[in-house]
Design a protein around this ligand. Structure first.
Ligand SMILES: [Zn+2]
Length: 72
């Protein structure tokens, strides 16, 4: 059986480096855009510049999200 290297993309929180988990598994996708779309549809926040914040609620995450909201 041949062995082949594949490239996949996961959404990772810019604040805590948690990766997006869907159905108990890390969600791996073909493109960074798909990974970001999944993250946003999973209630993650798009911080801009390709950065994402997960749904955790603590001071670090709240201030990251507030920075986006205040920039709008
Ligand atoms: Zn996080």
């Amino acid at each position: 059986m041949p062995v082949r290297q594949i490239t996949c993309h996961v959404a990772e929180c810019d604040v805590c480096e948690q990766r997006l988990i869907v159905d108990d598994g890390e969600l791996r996708l073909d493109t960074p855009e798909l990974a970001a779309d999944w993250a946003v549809s999973s209630e993650w926040t798009d911080l801009g510049g390709g950065r994402l914040a997960c749904t955790a609620s603590d001071a670090a995450h709240d201030s990251a999200r507030d920075a986006v909201l205040s920039a709008v």
